[in-house]
Design a protein around this ligand. Structure first.
Ligand code: AGP
Length: 495
């Protein structure tokens, strides 16, 4: 049986149909047999035309909730759209399969082991359910990052951590490996993720990369070669400038890939192939978990391609995979220090200007930290390469200027230490993100935000967390509408 498809979901549907027809089995068994053979995350609702009175639901890694009404059932990826109809819900667990008919719900596992459905009563109203008990979506999404990053690499890192496999790129991998140039396009936070992509691909896969603001790229009559690979990054998958830049690249005949969070949005439909970030719905306008998910995908791509090109040895490849799988726990450890970040926010919530500095992999983190602060607290904040200080920004430094420095351990550590000394010599305030246990910067800075040690490649995923929380707490203390900041939309679908 052969068929053409562009999405893994269609492949799954075809596999189920193949088993159903070949095996002459019931739809439910065909579903279970198919699911027993696939690797990866899914949240599925299946209907078979031969059995129209039955709905089959299954999940692994992607949330699926069943609402239990008086005479009906509801299915959704979270409780938000259900709670207005019923507060009785069943959260499916990984490997659960639910068979729902008009009057009955049966729960079992993919392996056909019977399960007892646990009906929970939602004891909060729709206004809370969205936020899972957190004060704001943004805070919930910051705290979701250990799980969302796990979901991003689940099914893509082999269970024995021996390899990375990105199914969405399977057909285009040879072109990516041979790419003479990668052009990354995006806007805002997605552009910052793209900048990290430049460091990752050039460092680990030795492929030249250009990172472009989609809004500039679409109008500046860029040179796009047929052997270029374009990577469009977008949480919403609907950003107008990014969509327009994609059209330009397609007209030039380049291979266009997407890294998106919203399944089935426009950009995944417009691109030749891509990778979903699997971060789950991101409601807060300020992007947090989508950013770290985007960077996680870019890191997996760079490591995979670096290995395929033999630029990374097998030993280094396995080392990076191990570091990647340790990120969620390290973020959990950082989140436990939230009260410390809140204390610092209290001290500087009235500042009028912030400067964010970083070098190398940490420069895009400085940009992202500055964007987080300005877009939700309305405080002017700029991100800069730390070495650029002496070319202008140092004139700004005084005792009113908090300077956030990403100063985790890496090859340019000595240089960032001297940048901190330059700021202190001019009576500036230094808030430094450091590798836990750092004693040197502790003596120099006004405040240190400690993050666990990891490889430089993955430090941005850790260093951005304190910056997200610092911005969040300052914005809340200033009475700003954190989830819907003034003048901003979650998806900029207009120019
Ligand atoms: C980030 O916090 C902002 N909300 C904004 O810069 C956003 O990243 C930008 O509009 C791009 O959106 P997209 O990722 O959905 O394309």
């Amino acid at each position: 049986m052969s068929f053409k498809s562009e999405t893994d979901t269609e492949v799954l549907a075809n596999l189920m149909e193949y088993i159903y027809l070949k095996g002459k089995v019931k739809a439910e068994m065909a579903v279970r047999l198919a699911l027993s053979r696939v690797v990866g995350a899914y949240g599925l609702v299946i209907i078979c035309t031969d059995e129209p009175d039955k709905i089959i639901a299954a999940r692994k890694g992607s949330p699926l909730v069943i609402g239990v009404g008086n005479e009906e059932y509801f299915l959704a990826s979270d409780a938000t759209p259900i709670v207005e109809y019923t507060k009785s819900v069943i959260y499916l667990n990984d490997d659960d399969v639910a068979i729902i008919t008009k009057n009955e719900l049966t729960l079992k596992t993919v392996r056909n082991d019977p399960q007892t459905p646990v009906v929970q009563q939602l004891d909060i109203d729709i206004g809370e359910i969205d936020k899972g008990g957190f004060a704001h979506y943004m805070l919930k999404e910051i705290f979701e990052q250990p799980r969302s990053i796990l979901d991003t690499f689940r099914g893509r890192v082999a269970p024995d951590f021996s390899s990375i496999r990105l199914g969405g790129l399977f057909n285009v991998l040879p072109k990516l490996i041979d790419a003479r140039r990668i052009i990354i396009i995006g806007c805002g936070t997605s552009w910052h993720a793209g900048l990290l992509g430049e460091y990752l691909f050039e460092d680990l896969a030795r492929i030249p990369v250009e990172v472009e603001y989609a809004s500039e790229f679409r109008y500046r009559h860029p040179i796009i070669n047929k052997d270029d690979v374009i990577i469009a990054i977008s949480q919403s998958g609907e950003t107008a400038d990014t969509l327009a830049a994609i059209q330009l690249a397609k007209e030039a005949g380049a291979l266009v890939l997407g890294i998106c969070n919203v399944v089935g949005s426009s950009i995944p439909r417009e691109t030749d192939a891509g990778v979903y970030t699997h971060a789950g719905p991101e409601i807060g306008v300020a992007s947090t978990k989508a950013f770290t998910a985007q960077v996680t995908v870019l890191a997996m791509m760079a490591i995979l391609i670096g290995r395929k090109k033999n630029i990374l040895t097998e030993e280094t490849y396995l080392k990076y995979i191990k570091y990647l799988t340790e990120v969620p726990k390290k973020i959990e450890d950082i989140l436990k220090m939230d009260d410390d970040f809140k204390k610092i926010a209290t001290l500087y919530k009235e500042a009028n200007n912030f400067l964010y500095l970083g070098r190398g992999y940490f420069f895009p983190v400085a940009l992202e930290g500055a964007l987080k602060l300005k877009e939700i607290s309305y405080i002017h904040a700029e991100g800069y390469p730390a070495a650029e200080m002496k070319h202008g920004p140092i004139a700004l430094i005084d005792h009113n200027m908090p300077v956030v420095v990403i100063a985790a351990k890496d090859t340019s550590y000595e240089k960032i230490v001297s940048n901190i000394q330059e700021v202190k010599a001019r009576d500036g305030i230094v808030i430094a993100v450091v590798t836990e246990g750092d004693k040197v910067i502790k003596e120099l800075a006004d405040h240190v935000l400690e993050i666990p040690d990891t490889d430089t490649v993955f430090t941005p995923l850790l260093a951005v967390i304190p910056l997200q929380l610092l911005s969040y707490h300052i914005a809340v203390m200033r009475g700003c509408h954190v989830d819907q900041p003034r003048n901003l939309a979650k998806s900029v679908t207009v120019e």
